[in-house]
Design a protein around this ligand. Sequence first.
Ligand SMILES: [Zn+2]
Length: 105
Amino acid sequence: MENITCITCGMPLTGDHAADFGMQAPDGAVCKFDSENGQIKSSEVIFEGGVHFFAEACADGDRVLAERLTRKNMKSLPYWQRHPFALLDGEEASEEEFAAAMAKM
Ligand SMILES: [Zn+2]
């Protein structure tokens, strides 16, 4: 089976995560958290959603670390490399920090 992930946050959308599928965009699949009424949410809203997710999932509420993890994650995705926006300009988590955060999930 093809491994489908969300183009705007990278989360898996197959298997146990099939119910998180939101919409099919021209660029690929988008999760239900990053889309609304058949539209991809604004870059800023998706960024903020990522910060909340990382803060709760693996940064113990540390907002600054969560922002850096969100930048690291989003900048790794081809969609945001094609559609950069201002909030992505800033400090990114290191490979080690990102790996440590992933291990906590
Ligand atoms: Zn997503």
